[in-house]
Design a protein around this ligand. Sequence first.
Ligand code: NAG
Ligand code: NAG
Length: 147
Amino acid sequence: MSMFSLKFVFFFLQFLQIVNLTFITKSGYLSSNITIFGQFLCNSKPLSNQKVLLVEYDKLDPNDLLNTTITDKNGKYTIFGEEAEFHGMEPILCLKHDCNSIGFVESWEIDKKYLDEVIEINEDFGKGNFIRKNYEKSNAICKEFFK
Ligand SMILES: *[C@@H]1O[C@H](CO)[C@@H](O)[C@H](O)[C@H]1NC(C)=O
Ligand SMILES: *[C@@H]1O[C@H](CO)[C@@H](O)[C@H](O)[C@H]1NC(C)=O
């Protein structure tokens, strides 16, 4: 092989690497994170000592538990999760609470537009508010992790 073609091969390999890196970046193979904070109440009283989970919904792999915390004496919580995902992660916030003495699992599907941001989620479950609709999919996912 001549010096010229060797150089060319080397250049071509470098070019492939650049293309590959660009592809990875564009397809979102990056670390994403989410921070969620807020306060949970039951009839205006703090829901303290309740489990809060951050779960990552995954169409192809098993769903992941990203983090866990417990609400403080004021019903307040902050939870952070981070993961490298091909399509950007799909986080779900899960809460198990005993408002009105019945164990409920609640879930919130977090829109991808909030990735890498800090968002606030508050709820008072005492106001006939504790059966939320249209969350069957995420509720089922949350229940996997509260077993
Ligand atoms: C869980 O939360 C802690 C405290 O915010 C943080 O340091 C850690 O990186 C989190 N774990 C994951 C997997 O995101
Ligand atoms: C979340 O990700 C963004 C973008 O990569 C970064 O700027 C930010 O510092 C991260 N937040 C935390 C709490 O790690």
